[in-house]
Design a binder for this molecule. Structure first.
Ligand code: C2E
Ligand code: MG
Ligand code: MG
Ligand code: MG
Length: 289
């Protein structure tokens, strides 16, 4: 690869690239151990309806707890897991753990639990069966599970991904496009892949109201399109009350972000849910026939 770079042949030997390569090697070696030794954990970040500010669900986000207690964030190991194939056992663990936790949470409140999937997981045959197996193992209604994928997954030309999508939706599992608006995709995929929700990337949310009409215009275009296609919208990265109010005005359905709650360990989230349990319960979507 260094040769292909032509003139910049020696880039591999810069200290920066050396450090990055050895970080990756460290991550790969230790991630195997992490999986075997149960060092991964899921944190949960609450999701709210903007109209009424009801707790409606949570996104499960993976973290790696080092033996010394240090927490490693997914940005540091998910890309390595994807490159090495470790994302398959890791993703299976996340799905199972999310279902186990969802079953417990559902005893307290009706909630939608969202799980992130990598493209690699969708390209492996049998995902719908795997999901069905997890749901029945923990006795969870399919309507309580949402799967998040990024736009890059939808550029896949093969029929496998679109068939998997229809099977999952047919079961009643909902599908969301994560970081919507940041991918390279054309909107044509929205016709081919029916999804339930667009998660508007936080880059469009951060500039809201603060004298940036362009961000508002983009959000309004997304929520308008989503409504016509009978999809819901959720804004990521809601950090201020001002953003919250703007999003509600622009027709966004739901929000997630530090204003409403940070990702937190399961026990903290359970306490959070119990505090919210006095508020009215949300209704989950009807199961698709
Ligand atoms: P994501 O799915 O877009 O998740 C949202 C990320 O934004 C999370 O970062 C969350 O902590 C952060 N966030 C939430 N609210 C705010 C806010 O108000 N302001 C700001 N600045 N950030 C906010 P996190 O937990 O570090 O996860 C990063 C990414 O790692 C996720 O982005 C997702 O793509 C990936 N990831 C996490 N868990 C999994 C997993 O189990 N499987 C896979 N395949 N990917 C995962
Ligand atoms: Mg996500
Ligand atoms: Mg996201
Ligand atoms: Mg994101």
């Amino acid at each position: 690869a260094a040769k292909k770079a032509g003139g910049a042949t020696y880039q591999f030997f810069t200290p920066e690239l050396n450090r990055r390569a050895s970080d990756r090697m460290w991550t790969e070696n230790n991630l195997r151990r992490a999986l075997a030794n149960d060092e991964l954990e899921l944190h949960f970040q609450p999701q709210f309806s903007l109209d009424g500010r009801l707790l409606i669900g949570a996104e499960a986000l993976v973290r790696w707890r080092q033996p010394d207690g240090t927490l490693i964030m997914p940005g540091q190991f998910i890309p390595v897991a994807e490159d090495t194939g470790l994302i398959l056992p890791l993703g299976d663990w996340v799905l199972g753990e999310a279902c186990r936790r969802a079953a417990e949470l559902l005893r307290h409140r009706t909630l939608l639990i969202a799980v992130n999937l990598s493209a690699v997981q969708l390209r492996r045959p049998g995902l719908a069966e795997r999901v069905a197996g997890c749901l029945s193992a923990f006795g969870i209604p399919p309507s309580a599970l949402e799967l998040e994928v990024t736009e890059s997954v939808l550029m896949d030309e093969s029929d496998l991904v679109s068939e998997t999508f229809s099977r999952l939706r047919g079961m009643g599992v909902s599908l969301a496009i994560d970081d919507f608006g940041t991918g390279y995709s054309s909107l044509a995929y929205l016709k081919r892949f029916r999804v339930d929700k667009l998660k508007i990337d936080r880059s469009f949310v951060s500039g809201l109201c603060a004298g940036n009409p362009d961000s508002g215009a983009i959000i309004e275009a997304i929520t308008g399109m989503a409504r016509s296609l009978r999809m819901q919208t959720l804004a990521e990265g809601v950090e201020t009350e001002e953003q919250y109010q703007c999003l509600a005005k622009l027709g966004c359905d739901q929000g997630q972000g530090y204003l409403l709650g940070r990702p937190m360990p399961y026990d903290d989230f359970l306490a959070f849910v119990r505090r919210e349990a006095r508020a009215p319960e949300p209704r989950l979507a009807e199961t698709v026939e």
